[in-house]
Ligand binder design. Structure first.
Ligand SMILES: [Zn+2]
Length: 473
């Protein structure tokens, strides 16, 4: 554990910035963040909270027992009956039945999402409010839905921790609440489910949120702000034209030409764009017949950049490419920015303690160096507003989104890691519930990083300057 802290702390935090401009803009912020981290004495928290604690052992043993006796089997069942995003009716039914049998009050269908749910323990006693995000959607595959990302086990793992903590609250009359958030469709947008739920106030007044996710090495993020896979705008460009016979095309307007020009215009814009931009689109509608001038087409794009500030410029360039395409072809274009994924925040106070717990409970294939800073969920909406940790114990030999990872979910490899996740998650929630000073340290770290993230965004705004383009003479 301490090994990680021997790495120059500055190098660890630089990892979040992917371009020279970003590193420059972040240099002051990173110095302040290093000072903040030092003041938190994370290694001290790790050693204190890694010490023997018989009362906590009892609670984590209960989570383990629930996994071994019932919840691994529940997960296997969901793995064998995959349902894609927003259609997870059977999976949600199984999870909420289980929660109801364990004295949780469940509301299914929140934030206008029929397969989203909130389950509150009916013996809740105020703060701190411990939140657990669970997901259950399968991937869309060419052979049908499959659980190649092992979301099938997130519910059982989170529920084991939730029930163990709820029973402990009740037995000891301790202050605190347990809430399980069932979040659909992680692999799909629109809608961006967790953002919709966040905007509807579903997560409000939660003090900490945990979640688990399948991986092929046991790891945790470095503290800071960031995301796994760049900031993303999901945008649909819909062109409308006018239909006509192929023999009299001047009577029509060709929407397919609109969408083809869009792709070509984007390639032209790329020549003066920063190289880290990732713009990829597919044509989802391209017309119906070769003898009719296509009057409706659509392209769907994920537009990515390492930071949200320059991403806005990239977005504007792509939107303008679409407008220019419409102008050039006499068609019209509608622009629909249906989803945004942004940086989240990660805290070492939670990540390092959770990581120590995963190792204590026997996690294997351990990556000792902290990974890139990133939130515990991919939208950034929740993880930039509420502190938390995504547990990632080794559960597969295979990369994510593969048939091999689905097979591992049903094997001893997966099962062993899922039980580690459930126990480590329970232990961290217990630590958070029982140590007010620890909660204070987590909050101080989260608030500090959030403020520094704001400073970083401001510095970036100044760093990106556009050239002056004069009127032609
Ligand atoms: Zn996933």
């Amino acid at each position: 554990m301490r090994l990680a802290f021997l790495i120059p702390i500055f190098a660890v935090y630089s990892f979040a910035q992917e371009t020279a401009t970003e590193r420059d803009a972040a240099s002051d912020v990173l110095k302040k963040m290093a000072a903040l981290e030092k003041s938190l004495d994370v290694p001290g928290w790790v050693s204190r909270l890694s010490a023997a604690d018989p009362a906590r052992d009892q609670v984590t043993a209960r989570a383990r027992q629930l996994m071994d006796s019932e919840l691994l089997a529940v997960g296997d069942d969901i793995t064998r009956h995959p349902e894609i995003g927003f259609e997870e009716k059977r999976s949600v039914g199984i999870l909420v039945d289980y929660l109801r049998r364990h004295n949780f009050d469940v509301t299914v269908g929140v934030a206008n999402l029929p397969t989203a749910f909130v389950a509150r323990f009916n013996g809740n006693r105020g703060a701190p409010s411990l939140g657990i995000i669970v997901e259950y959607d399968a991937l869309r595959g060419t052979k049908g839905a499959f659980h190649g990302d092992q979301h099938s086990m997130q519910g059982p793992i989170g529920i084991a921790a939730a029930v163990a903590m709820a029973e402990w609250l009740e037995r000891t009359h301790s202050p605190g609440s347990v809430v399980v958030f069932g979040c659909p469709g992680e692999e799909m947008m629109p809608p961006v489910a967790k953002t919709e739920m966040f905007n509807a106030g579903v997560f409000s007044s939660t003090d900490v949120i945990v979640r688990s996710h399948a991986v092929n090495s046991t790891n945790r993020p470095a503290p800071g702000f960031g995301t796994c896979c760049l900031n993303i705008d999901g945008v649909k460009y819909t062109f409308s034209g006018a239909p006509a016979h192929q023999m009299t095309p001047w009577a029509g307007r060709n929407a397919l030409e609109g969408v083809i020009h869009l792709f070509n215009n984007i390639d032209a814009a790329r020549t003066t764009m920063r190289p880290e931009a990732r713009i990829q689109g597919v044509i989802t509608e391209g017309g119906a017949a070769p003898n009719v001038v296509p009057d409706r087409t659509q392209a769907d794009f994920y537009i990515r950049y390492p930071d949200a500030i320059y991403l806005a410029e990239v977005r504007e360039a792509v939107d303008n490419a679409a407008r220019a395409a419409a102008l050039a072809t006499g068609t019209k274009v509608k622009i629909d920015n249906y989803g945004r994924l942004r940086d989240g925040i990660s805290e070492a106070t939670l990540a390092e303690v959770g990581f120590a717990h995963m190792k204590r409970f026997g996690a294997t294939h351990v990556a000792e160096t902290p990974g890139k800073p990133q939130g515990y969920e991919e939208t950034g909406s929740v993880s930039s507003a509420i502190p938390g940790l995504g547990f990632a114990a080794y559960t597969s030999n295979a990369p994510n989104h593969t048939y091999e990872m689905e097979a591992d979910a049903l094997s001893a490899t997966g099962h062993q890691g899922f039980v580690v996740d459930a126990q480590a998650m329970t232990a961290l929630l217990y630590d958070f519930a029982t140590h007010p000073n620890y909660r204070g340290a987590v909050k101080r770290e989260f608030d500090g990083i959030k403020a520094l993230f704001g400073e970083y965004q401001e510095a970036l705004t100044k760093a990106y300057t556009a050239p002056h383009v004069p009127d032609p003479r």
